[in-house]
Design a protein around this ligand. Structure first.
Ligand code: CA
Length: 331
């Protein structure tokens, strides 16, 4: 145990020594999925040793009402659910988190993300064949990070995403109420908590402000309308009236990287014009997702980070690989 603790101190010292004074929030996207399967406690623990400003928790709800940390409402792309519960897919051929109790979910092994036909999405990532990775509740993830913060005098924050609130509601579940309960139990609903709550659904973010009187920081995620993430009109939200309206409810926005970058000759060349207006109306901008192994177009990692962190650039970044981003910012 002493050796383990010394190892962590060593790792953390390495990270602290490379921390930059630049006010830029690094968000460990789904834990440390560049190195270990996403959203597992192992991935979260590894992310903590890299000392990002925040670690992200995507949240969906189990059959018995437990808020669990997973990116999708479905299970088959990151677990062996099709082997453990072969008969429990819905008629669309998908296994839904909401159809399983937490005790049932615990029996699943989490693996590297695969696509709909079973191929690994990121072929060079974790290669282990005998991992023992599991789904865990939001409360367990929060407790883990709070304990590690306490032990190592760190202040790693939380970045919680409410997934598919309209879908959950159509299934009879109020995901926001459940998530806020968990946050409250861990003293994270205060205005000054080191926490962001994010969602693609603008109606749900308004509801958090107006119905739940949530005082903490909110981030509107921005996708493309054709993704069908929610009924939110993302094209409108990136117009001046849309950004004005957002600024009345939320603290910032989380666009995906291609929405932030203007390309010339298919090469990322500048930030989009809306970025300046978003900053003018005091919206933080936290784009997703910086991946060393999936850069957006013909650009190096360093060129992309230089573009994003220019003087009028973005305020933070979701990344699958925290260390190279920290290393760049320390220059
Ligand atoms: Ca997310």
């Amino acid at each position: 145990m002493v050796l383990v603790r010394h190892f962590f101190y060593f790792i953390i010292c390495q990270c602290v020594c490379t921390t930059s004074a630049y006010a830029f929030d690094i968000i460990a996207h789904r834990g440390a999925p560049g190195y270990l399967p996403e959203h597992t406690l192992a991935s979260t623990t590894l992310a903590f040793t890299q000392l990002p400003d925040y670690i992200e928790q995507d949240v969906v709800i189990s059959k018995d009402g437990v808020a669990v940390v997973l990116h999708d409402i479905h299970l088959e792309t990151v677990t062996n659910v099709e082997e453990v519960y072969p008969e429990r897919a819905r008629s669309d051929g998908r296994w839904y988190v909401l159809d399983f109790t937490y005790d049932e979910l615990k029996r699943l092994q989490v693996h590297e993300r695969t696509d709909d036909v079973g191929n690994r999405v990121f072929s060079q990532r974790y290669q282990g064949k005998h991992g023992d990775f599991h789904i865990a509740p939001l409360s367990t993830h929060i407790e883990l990070i709070q304990q590690l913060n306490h032990t190592f005098y760190a202040q790693v924050g939380f970045y919680v995403e409410i997934k598919s609130p309209a879908w959950h509601r159509a299934q009879g579940v109020d995901i926001s109420a459940t998530v806020l309960d968990v946050l409250h139990q861990h003293n994270l609903t205060a205005e000054n908590a080191k926490l962001y709550v994010q969602c693609f659904d603008f109606m749900e973010l308004k509801r958090l402000r107006e119905s739940f009187h949530f005082k903490g920081k909110l981030i509107q995620l921005i996708g493309e309308n054709h993704w069908g993430e929610s009924t939110t009109d993302f094209d409108y939200l990136l117009t001046k009236p849309g950004l004005d309206e957002l600024a009345r409810y939320v603290d910032g926005i989380g666009p995906w990287l291609p929405q932030v970058i203007d390309k010339e000759n298919n090469r990322p060349a500048a930030l989009q014009k809306w970025v300046a207006y978003a900053k003018q109306v005091k919206l933080l901008i936290h784009p997703y997702t910086f991946r060393m192994d999936a850069l957006p177009g013909d650009i190096t990692a360093e060129e992309l980070l230089t573009l994003l962190t220019e003087p009028n650039g973005v305020d933070g970044l979701f990344t699958d690989q925290v260390p190279p981003v920290k290393q760049y910012l320390s220059h």
